[in-house]
Design a protein around this ligand. Structure first.
Ligand code: CMC
Length: 428
């Protein structure tokens, strides 16, 4: 806390106002006293896309976009990617501290024992067409889960919230795997709680009754690290949706269905799928320069490039690039990686991209890894959602407990017509 102030002079009236500054921020509501006429509503800020508006105080994730820094609860993403597991990181993000051994064992046991889903969810999945997008299936199943756990609406009770957190983290991989198996016409595999979180997921996707079946540990670890890298990213689009729906005190399943829907968009989590489509369209390294020219002319965006907060290399992209090579040692190389590397080289040395500080983001390389692991492109965003789930839940928990939070309700600048009389049909 500081006792600093800022003085704003309204040149329309010559009047000055001293506004308190806390955490380098002024309160938007303090601007409302600035008016020409006492009858006026008062001054507001205009911030489409919330480029410079802090909507909450948070203790979860720190990002310095200019320096390329990402930390969960203070721990650098590079250290978590090297030493932690997804479930341990999920605990850290949600509860604020790294668990000791006993807490981690209990947490892992609890999540692993919430992986089974009600058969009604299997029926729901089976009602989708074979070519239904898995994100649509995931969004629907989250909304469906809200109907199965009505007590989840009691969002003020921390014990009730903890129970839904376990259910959501436990069941998401199962739901994703059931959707995947349904679309390819294979019988579903029920969860195996002896396996790690990601190994169990890969098992549910792939197992076909082989007697010597084993999930490749390198692939399970690679996926685990990818989930860690996606686990939270402070107030991004889908998290803001989670908080906005949560602020109305909807249950967490409904809020997460909304957050997942936001993630589906190609400018957000849908970008990894779009990157793959783009690399396939480019087709060969020799076409990279011509493609970049089209981007510079404004015909299209370079998918997997640019970020609202990173104006430097996305630290997650750097880690992902390393994982790519570990995965390729198991799966064989993905020819798209050469196009991606060539694209990165051309784009990062071109003035258009340098001037706008456009660098590869987390999605640029993740799709290539997922493809090498045999995931179909439309599953990529589902993997992002599985990774982001702890972040959404932690942010929702923080919101519900924050006494300063109110229902999300932005203002607008009304530019439509003034009052006018209804015109009967025969006079229009
Ligand atoms: N390719 C080409 N030009 C771009 C790109 C791009 N990917 N991204 C931004 N620009 C240009 C944009 O045209 C604008 O140029 P000008 O100033 O001449 O009009 C300038 O850079 C600033 O763009 P902006 O739209 O104001 O930037 P933003 O902060 O609103 O958008 C973004 C951020 C991520 C939506 C955008 O960079 C984008 O669409 N990237 C491609 C999609 C993508 O990879 N999304 C994944 C983001 S990371 C995962 C996640 O968090 O979801």
């Amino acid at each position: 806390m500081t006792s600093e102030t800022i003085t704003i002079t309204d040149n329309r009236t010559g009047q000055s106002y001293d506004l308190p500054i806390t955490y380098d921020t002024i309160r938007a509501l303090d601007l409302r006293q600035i008016k020409v006429d006492p009858e006026e509503f008062g001054m507001m800020t205009y911030d489409p896309g919330y480029g410079n508006t802090a909507a909450c105080k948070s203790r979860i994730t720190y990002i310095d976009g200019d320096k390329g820094i990402l930390r969960y609860r203070g721990y650098p993403i590079e250290q978590l990617a090297e030493h932690s597991t997804f479930l341990e990181t999920a605990y850290l993000i949600i509860y604020g501290e790294l668990p000791d051994k006993e807490a981690l064992d209990t947490w892992t046991h609890q999540v692993n024992h919430h992986t089974y889903v009600h058969e009604n969810i299997v029926d729901l999945m089976e009602s989708f067409r074979y070519d239904a997008h898995p994100m649509g299936m995931l969004i629907s199943s989250l909304a469906f889960m809200s109907t199965m756990h009505p007590e989840a609406r009691n969002v003020d009770d921390p014990k009730v919230r903890d129970k839904q957190i376990l259910r959501i983290l436990g069941k998401l991989p199962t739901i994703a795997a059931i959707g995947y198996r349904h679309r390819i016409g294979r019988p579903i595999n029920y969860p195996n709680s002896d396996l790690s979180y990601t190994a169990n997921f890969l098992y549910m996707l792939d197992y076909m009754g082989q007697s010597m079946y084993e999930v490749h540990p390198t692939l399970a670890r690679a996926l685990d690290v990818l989930l860690i890298l996606h686990a939270d990213h402070e107030q991004n689009c889908s998290t803001s949706v989670m908080r906005a729906i949560g602020s109305a005190h909807a249950d967490p399943y409904s809020a997460m269905a909304g957050a997942t829907a936001a993630l589906f968009g190609p400018r957000h989590g849908g970008a990894n799928e779009a990157v793959l489509r783009m690399l396939n369209e480019i087709g060969d390294e020799s076409n990279v320069a011509a493609y970049v020219e089209k981007v510079k002319q404004g015909d299209q965006r370079l998918m997997g490039f640019g970020h609202r907060v990173y104006k430097n290399y996305d630290p997650r992209a750097r880690i992902i690039k390393d994982i790519a090579h570990q995965v390729f040692e198991v799966t064989g190389s993905n020819p798209l990686i050469d196009i991606a590397v060539a694209l990165e080289e051309v784009a990062t040395s071109d003035e258009y991209f340098v001037e706008r500080k456009l660098y590869p983001n987390v999605d640029f390389y993740s799709g290539i890894i997922y493809q090498a692991m045999s995931f179909p492109p439309d599953m990529f965003t589902v993997l992002f959602a599985m990774g982001r789930a702890p972040g959404w839940l932690a942010q929702w928990n923080e919101l519900v407990e924050d006494p300063e939070q109110r229902i999300a309700r932005p203002r607008q600048i009304y530019l439509g017509p003034g009052e006018r009389d209804y015109v009967p049909m025969d006079q229009r």
